[in-house]
Design a protein around this ligand. Structure first.
Ligand code: AMP
Length: 933
């Protein structure tokens, strides 16, 4: 239906000189052009949206000589949908010879076409390009849809352009066949709308099933699969391997779609064939419907154990233990079959659902059958039932209480007990029950049983009081417990390893840059007197005795205060020479401070005045934050006074007793550090205190401890703790080093001994050292190498330091600077204080002393570390587990009761370690406990 020129394909050449067909038209010089070119009928093949790609060249009108007026640079594209090829039909119509002109026919045909678009060229060519043989090919793509018929024609309308149509490509897109997550999706043609998604339901393939919902995918107009929903998984009895479902092997099963793979059959079940969806139980084992598939097959329980009855007039209490074998289930229940024993051997009669025993109907015999059942008991018809039978007589009295319990042989960890049968057993005594607990710890107790009237209770702590009670049982049940009997185990002596404390002091000393000089403290003092000064600016103490006139010493070392600057407000204590008061001191030009005012009572002798002021002339020489500061003296008026800084919390011993248990370990160590620091200052000054004790330490409101109570002859006269020794002097025995007691060898080293006692006082919150032991006994015990035990909750590191302070050989005791250094180290590293003395070594209320091993060699095992010990028995691999379990010293290891808690699980290793621990206990004289595996 167009002019012949356009219809005839021409042979042209592309840019590579390959011959190509083109349709051309170039009637730019003529008016009113309307040239059409249409395609053959194109089948849609079901596509609703097709794409048309055009390739063409177009002549630039401006480059044409003359005919520019009518020249066009666009053409139009049309389509027309039909269900069949109209060209064939038209031929028939033509034959019918309907009288229409060719012109009319052409117009009619053109009118059926629908315009798709006007196509313009991105690039047009000129004469020049032709000469150069440059091909300016344009490519345009249009999409067309929705299409509803079987096929369509395309047509191109030229209205006077110079065009060559090189190619027309018509295509549609589709989503290709796909297998995803075991689901198959067919080759799919997209929808007609540009952004439409066509939902496609997949088919589960290869022994798979949809999980929860059928799998779906969405085909986009671009031919891409999008938005997968749901999936297929292998059906029970199969598992997915390499994207296909494979059958479960023999012995394996898969029951749930959710589980990924076939699982091994649970215990006591089997899958004899491949592809099992469940496993079947072995003979004698069962499963109920509610048991999950992965649960083992189970069986009925064995019978209840240790059943006893307890009759209270007409009620019977039955008691039993759980069966040895629960059948592998947690749902064990019990059935009790009650039967009455008919008189005269007439047999048994079921009790019925409401067993009611009438009161006072005496001595009815019952028989109880007790049976344990669980969830599978119903299924296990062939399973032999295990009953426990109990015969009970009501209105039978239980035995009367055991009246006396006696103590037999007593050891450190055991007490032998014996008792008499109850006065009224009321039947045959089947057994006795012994209940015991450590005194005041009745929240947990132990019960043991005995068939005899005696037994040895073992595994007790040494030197501890236990409460015992015994009761008897007959078939009527238990009698009442006896009253409480209190028995104590024997003490045992602890041989302390002294090396460890020294070592720790020593390492500290090295780090602090001091050497541990094994010099005589006297010698040390001499050094000071010869001008050897450790701390710059620290003067040497001058003994007021060296002054002929003691008043001169007072004058030299103290400052006179005008009494008008002082107001006495309160009496705070009593000193040897008079009252101790407190009040404000207002020195001109200085800020008002609270002071303590010691007064010398009226009627004093000159000697008393001198002794009183003696303390001031000593104190006046010191200037240290841990030594009580002298503000001055009042001597020009009466009463004579000594004015010192005011310490709000008074003396340390009273303060600690008042605040028992109130401080953290770090606070206590802080106090001890202060005292040690003050003592280091005094010893550096060459001053020996001689009466260092908690009662002579004062505490201010910031818990700062300061050393006080200076004097010389006075010290010992004044102190109520001081006792006369055989040599006639007065000495505070409990605080004093043995050499000072024995031959008045008072040195800084003897002050260190006293410091150790102060440490003990502090850590026990003001407990009296050696409790109520007499002075004579204390001297004797110390002489025999006994020492105070560690206070309750006392960190081991501190106890070792105390023990070091109590070395018999005074040159072996640490120096005050070493003590300060060690305490600083402990404060900086609080975890070093975590390790607490074991209870057996820190009995609070006890006169149990511990033996101080002075010979280092006798405790070789204890100088080892836990790691070394484990290495020595080739069990070094457990060192870390022991440390983690808190067993960081051999003492704690020796106290160990449960190896499993540490994580030693191999029987051979357990045996090896236990044997070694037992040997260790023999060494340590600690054989009272057993280790559980
Ligand atoms: P003295 O005779 O120095 O031991 O003093 C007797 C009591 O007075 C002491 O035990 C303290 O309770 C109290 N005391 C002495 N000096 C002071 C002070 N500086 N601050 C507070 N209380 C003190």
């Amino acid at each position: 239906f167009t002019t012949d020129t356009t219809k005839i394909p021409k042979y042209e050449f592309d840019e590579d000189y390959a011959p190509i067909h083109t349709y051309q038209v170039c009637r730019v010089m003529e008016q009113n052009q309307n040239n059409w070119l249409h395609t053959n009928w194109i089948l849609t093949e079901g596509a609703q949206r097709v794409f048309i790609e055009l390739k063409f060249t177009l002549r630039d009108c401006n480059s044409l000589p003359g005919g520019v007026g009518t020249c066009k640079e666009t053409f139009n594209m049309y389509y027309y949908e039909t269900n069949g090829d109209e060209d064939e039909m038209e031929d028939g119509e033509m034959r019918d010879g309907v009288g229409i002109t060719e012109e009319e026919d052409r117009a009619m045909k053109e009118s059926r076409y629908i315009k798709i678009d006007t196509i313009a060229a991105d690039e047009s060519f000129t004469e020049l390009d032709l000469g150069d043989r440059v091909m300016k090919l344009n490519t345009e793509v249009r999409d067309l849809g929705p299409l509803n018929r079987k096929g369509f024609y395309l047509a191109f309308q030229d209205l006077g352009a110079c065009i060559a149509l090189v190619s027309v490509r018509v295509f549609y897109k589709r989503c290709p066949f796909l297998v995803k997550s075991l689901a198959e999706f067919p080759d799919t043609i997209p929808g007609s709308e540009a952004s439409q998604l066509v939902e496609v339901v997949g088919r589960c393939v290869n022994n798979s099933l949809p999980l929860y919902e059928p799998p779906r995918m969405h085909c986009s107009t671009e031919g891409e699969w999008l938005v997968p929903i749901g999936k297929c998984v292998c059906q029970p009895g199969f598992e997915e391997i390499n994207r296909s479902c494979q059958v479960c092997k023999v012995g394996f099963y898969r029951s749930l779609l959710e589980s990924l793979a076939c699982s091994k059959c649970p215990p006591h079940s089997v899958a004899r064939q491949t592809g099992a969806t469940v496993c079947s139980c072995e003979d004698g084992y069962y499963k109920i419907d509610s048991d999950p598939p992965n649960m083992a097959c189970t069986r009925p329980p064995s019978g209840p154990r240790n059943a006893i009855s307890n009759v209270n007039e007409t009620s019977v209490f039955l008691e039993w233990s759980i069966p040895m074998e629960t059948g592998g289930r947690k749902d064990v229940r019990y059935n009790i079959l009650c039967r009455r024993v008919l008189p005269d051997g007439r047999g048994l009669e079921e009790c019925g659902p409401n067993v009611r025993f009438l009161p006072r109907r005496s001595h009815t015999n019952y028989s109880f059958l007790l049976e344990a059942v669980n969830g599978v008991s119903e299924l296990a018809k062939d399973h032999a039932k295990q009953y426990v039978s109990l015969n009970v007589t009501t209105n039978q009295a239980a035995p009367s209480p055991v009246s006396v319990v006696r103590k037999g042989h007593t050891g450190k960890s055991s007490i032998a007990l014996s008792w008499a049968e109850p006065d009224r057993p009321n039947g045959i005594i089947l057994e006795y029950e012994i209940k015991y607990f450590e005194k005041e710890q009745d929240s947990s107790y132990t019960i043991i049983k005995s068939k005899d009237t005696e037994m040895v209770v073992e595994g007790l702590k040494p030197s501890s009081v236990y409460i015992f009670q015994v009761r008897a049982r007959t078939s009527a049940g238990y009698g009442a417990f006896s009253r409480r009997f209190e028995f104590q185990t024997s003490p045992y002596l602890y041989f302390s390893a002294t090396t460890r404390g020294s070592v720790s002091v020593f390492t500290c000393v090295l780090r602090c840059g001091y050497s541990k000089a094994k010099q005589d403290p006297e010698e040390e003092k001499m050094h000071f007197h010869n001008g050897h000064i450790k701390f710059p600016g620290v003067r040497t103490y001058i003994d007021p005795l060296t002054y002929e006139d003691p008043n001169q010493a007072v004058h030299e070392f103290t400052q006179e205060i005008d009494v008008s600057f002082i107001s006495i407000e309160r009496i705070i204590g009593a000193g040897e020479f008079g009252e101790v008061c407190s009040g404000p001191l207002r020195l001109p030009g200085k800020r008002e401070i609270q002071v303590a005012i010691k007064t010398l009572k009226a009627g004093y002798t000159e000697q008393q005045r001198r002794d009183f002021l003696w303390e001031a002339s000593i104190m006046g020489q010191f200037n240290h934050p841990n030594i009580i500061r002298l503000e001055g003296v009042v001597t020009k008026s009466k009463p004579v006074m000594i004015i010192t800084e005011y310490m709000e919390n008074g003396s340390l011993d009273t303060f600690l007793k008042k605040n028992d248990g109130q401080f953290t370990v770090i606070q206590l160590v802080g106090m001890l550090r202060g005292i040690a620091s003050g003592m280091r200052y005094l010893s550096d000054m060459g001053y020996v205190h001689r009466d260092l004790a908690a009662r002579n330490i004062l505490v201010n409101s910031n818990l700062v401890c300061k050393v006080s109570d200076f004097g010389l002859s006075r010290v010992l006269e004044d102190d109520p703790e001081a006792a006369y020794t055989t040599r006639g002097g007065k000495i505070p025995i409990r605080w004093t080093a043995p050499e000072a007691i024995a031959y008045r060898k008072f040195t800084s080293a003897s002050d260190v001994w006293s410091y150790g006692i102060v440490m003990w006082e502090v850590m026990s919150y003001g407990e009296r050292p050696y409790w109520e032991m007499s002075n004579q006994d204390v001297i004797k015990a110390v002489e025999e190498s006994y020492r105070l035990p560690g206070p309750m909750d006392c960190p081991e590191a501190l106890y070792h330091l105390m023990m070091d302070c109590w070395q018999r050989e005074r040159s072996n005791r640490p120096k005050f600077d070493e003590i300060v250094c060690l305490l600083d180290k402990l404060i900086r590293n609080p975890s070093s204080l975590k390790k607490i003395m074991r209870l057996s070594l820190c009995l609070r209320v006890s006169n149990l002393l511990v033996e101080h091993a002075s010979v280092e060699g006798d405790s070789h095992t204890r100088s080892q570390t836990v790691g070394e010990w484990l290495d020595s028995i080739k069990m070094g691999r457990y060192t870390e587990l022991f440390m983690e379990g808190g067993y960081s010293s051999l003492e704690t290891v020796a106290q160990m009761t449960d190896l499993r808690r540490v994580g030693v699980n191999l029987a051979g290793h357990q045996k090896k370690i236990i044997t070694s621990i037992q040997e260790m206990r023999v060494h340590m004289n600690n054989t009272n406990s057993t280790v559980n595996i």
